[in-house]
Design a protein around this ligand. Structure first.
Ligand SMILES: Nc1ncnc2c1ncn2[C@@H]1O[C@H](COP(=O)(O)OP(=O)(O)OP(=O)(O)O)[C@@H](O)[C@H]1O
Ligand SMILES: [Mg+2]
Length: 238
């Protein structure tokens, strides 16, 4: 019993420290990003090609750091059961369309084609649109990253009774049966992914699951190693 509560205390302290550091890092990183964007826009004078290249690289790395800090903040909120949803009456079709538009350049760079089909009469629902955007972004971003150099990604939205069902099918590296149970756990990245050495923290699906659960839905996947994966989530129509 004492051992259990000591472990709980330790987890709480780690979560607190993560939260404090992440909060402290948030504003300076946003400041760095704004300055870089200003310089790159030519607001403080013209740039030569090499300066532009280095600054673009710095901006990309800064954006990665900002995402990491945001994810760590989300994780500490989830661990402390402090995650809150800002519920609005929103359109999932628009959210998915926006995510695909944002990810199109990445998909093109990775030789992936994305198709999107939405069933007729998908109703607006009460959700936190920013957080659901985050979930859809992470699932499609994964489908693009964990493909096999080329492949199509099929995204669908259909209404099934009292739920809307989202699905994202890829033809990528797949997930082994052995690792399937760990996919939604914090910091987990599969052996296949570590072998191809792409960036990532293993937090996206952990955060996505917490968001979907809190929204009253479910999230799961079906996969065949080296053949592809389908990620699903449902959201209630109220
Ligand atoms: N579509 C997919 N195909 C194959 N493996 C996947 C797919 N989606 C997720 N995975 C596996 O699940 C792991 C966890 O995914 P998750 O999105 O949580 O983290 P990540 O993509 O590694 O990093 P990030 O926190 O930057 O999203 C991935 O590292 C990968 O091993
Ligand atoms: Mg991810």
């Amino acid at each position: 019993m004492a051992k259990h509560s000591k472990l709980k205390d330790r987890k709480h302290i780690i979560s607190e420290i993560t939260s404090i550091i992440s909060h402290q890092l948030k504003s300076p990183l946003s400041g760095i990003k704004s300055s870089l964007e200003l310089i790159l826009a030519g607001e403080v004078g013209p740039l030569v090609k090499q300066q532009r290249e280095y600054l673009t690289l710095t901006l990309n790395q800064t954006e990665k750091l900002i995402t990491l800090v945001k994810n760590l903040l989300d994780v500490s909120r989830i661990d402390e059961k402090r995650m809150e949803l800002t519920i609005k009456y929103a359109d999932l079709v628009t959210i998915v369309t926006n995510v695909i538009d944002e990810l199109l350049p990445l998909a093109q760079a990775k030789n992936s084609a994305i198709s999107f089909r939405a069933g007729d009469h998908i109703p607006h629902i009460h959700i936190d649109p920013i957080k659901i955007h985050q979930v859809v972004y992470n699932i499609i971003d994964n489908a693009i990253h964990y493909n096999k150099g080329k492949g199509s990604i099929d995204v669908q939205l259909v209404k099934k009774g009292k739920y809307i069902l989202f699905s994202c099918r890829d033809q990528g590296i797949g997930i082994s049966k052995k690792e399937a149970s760990k996919i939604f756990t914090k910091y987990f990245r599969s052996k296949q992914v570590m072998d191809i050495l792409t960036d990532g923290t293993g937090l996206g699906l952990f955060i996505s699951k917490a968001i979907i659960k809190k929204s009253g839905g479910n999230i799961w996947f079906e996969s065949k190693l080296n053949k592809g994966t389908v990620f699903y989530f449902t959201l209630p129509v109220k």
